[in-house]
Design a protein around this ligand. Sequence first.
Ligand code: SF4
Length: 274
Amino acid sequence: MIKCTLCPHRCSIEDGQSGFCGVRVNRNDMIVSTNHFRFSAIALDPVEKKPFYHFHPGKMILSLGSTGCNLACSFCQNSEISKEFGNVRTFSLSVDEIIEQAMLLKDEGNIGIAFTYNEPVVWYDTVMEIAKECKNNGLETAMVTNGYIEQEPLKELMPFIDAWNIDLKAFSDEFYRTIVRGSLKPVLDTIRTTASESHVEITTLVIPGLNDADEEMDKEASFIASVDENIPLHISRFFPRYHLQNILPTPVSTLDSLRRTASRHLKNVYIGNV
Ligand code: SF4
């Protein structure tokens, strides 16, 4: 039995078994990542697609994804690489090959590398290695993450990450426990810690009936403002996915109302995915 201390699940993993994320395995009392330098996607994306609106606007970023996730959102928007990735075809790239591609793409407006598509916390060692090499080559780095990570590994990674988009899924511990199988406080801690040193933007996917109350958004925006009122908040529209097929897309009028509520506390609030 070995304990993984990378994220707040702190899984105790039997020999030959994997943790909650499905990609960190106990092999002879050592934790091994089955997705180490195995990627599910690579693409040159506009930074706005991550979304970042206040970090090199108008530029591109080479985006990498792998497999696995340490939450289990019933509304997962990319379950084929996050939760049901057994049949996903992955490919291998070395750190040198990735850096070479990123440098070549500078001519097309590339600023660096984004760790995205699935949850990058669960390929932490790969992210760390690539991010360090980015810094050696003058490339920017960005994490698009659920923020569900313990403080110690977070602080070790922070010197090598320039920008964070953190998914704040709701402002309710009950939502975190029942809908995504995590907890709220570690995510709030990640926001506070990263914002103290790095560029941070926050995304909240609004699901009708689950996290669309004005009072909840008021509390969320008030918390973000207590960290920094300049942090951009992206309020994103839900579409039916994965286990939540029976809920209709978020009405745009709901997003407008929540944007007005959040704007009472925050200077930069945007609606996305419409
Ligand atoms: S990273 Fe994976 S194995 Fe480690 S504690 Fe989190 S869910 Fe468990």
